[in-house]
Design a protein around this ligand. Structure first.
Ligand code: NAP
Length: 235
């Protein structure tokens, strides 16, 4: 197992849900954290860099990364977690939701990695982990745009792996099924939907992220998919 003590990580969308759980797990493992979200919450983590950072804006991402590097002297881990979802028949989906999913989930992922990469390239132990989704591995009903944004995220990471592996950077897509967060109750979903029973916790996903990050450096996990037992076996 690889020790993360003293490493430095940036987490996007760190204010709640999965991002907050990942940030807390990293801090508990002795990792210095730079936390970005629109609310700029520091989660009460002592010594954390925390700032307002909307991943739709490359300048705000650069500021988050630069401030983190300045505070801790480098960057080893980027967790691309910020994401949004809206559900329902494709034609009924408001244009603003379509735009937001593409802007945050697709362009936000690319902008986040662009901001962090120059620093990750200087690290001896660099990892990029995206919190993608099971929706990035198969088409799900009433999630056409969300699925396509998550497929884009997984495809981007899979292609980027070719470029970055030789430079020692590991690229991992973590693909959970349903997780009980605010997000899961996003537009078009209600708590009584049968597919939402028995969901996993944010901490379950944080454990998966920590597992990938602590693998020995002689191998990498490209994609990690897992779902609640209550979820159907699609495809
Ligand atoms: P969540 O509880 O709604 O949290 C989303 C986080 O993203 C918040 O911290 C939010 O903070 C931040 N965020 C949203 N828009 C942002 C933006 N434009 N710029 C920066 N930060 C932004 O959702 P979650 O369930 O933890 O989801 C996290 C990731 O997991 C997403 O990428 C999602 O697609 C993925 N995922 C979720 C599930 C699930 O069932 N929940 C399953 C698979 C994958 P602010 O509001 O403060 O900006």
């Amino acid at each position: 197992m690889s020790d993360l003590l003293g490493a430095t990580a940036v987490v996007t969308g760190a204010s709640r849900g999965i991002g907050a759980a990942v940030a807390r797990s990293l801090a508990e493992a002795g990792v210095n954290v730079g936390l970005g979200s629109r609310s700029g919450d520091d989660l009460g983590i002592e010594g954390a860099v925390a700032r307002h950072c909307d991943v739709r804006d490359p300048h705000q991402l650069k500021e988050l990364v630069d401030e983190t590097v300045e505070a801790f002297g480098g960057l080893d881990i980027l967790v691309v977690n910020a994401g949004v979802g809206a559900y329902g028949p494709f034609l009924d989906l408001p244009s603003k939701d379509l735009e937001e999913m593409v802007d945050v989930n697709v362009k936000g992922t690319m902008y986040s990695i662009r901001a962090a990469l120059p620093h990750l390239l200087k690290s001896e132990r660099a990892d990029i982990v995206t919190v993608a989704s099971e929706a990035g591995r198969r088409g799900l009903p009433l999630e056409a745009v969300y699925c396509s944004s998550k497929f884009a995220q997984v495809g981007f990471m899979s292609a980027l792996d070719h470029e970055l592996r030789e430079q020692g950077i590991r690229c991992t897509s973590v693909c959970p099924g349903g997780v009980a967060t605010d997000f899961a109750m996003g537009h078009g979903r209600t708590p009584d939907m049968p597919e939402l029973t028995g969901m996993m916790s944010s901490e379950d996903v944080a454990e998966a992220v920590m597992f990938t990050l602590t693998r020995p450096r002689n191998h990498r996990i490209l994609e990690m998919a897992f779902r609640p037992v209550t979820e159907t076996s699609w495809g």
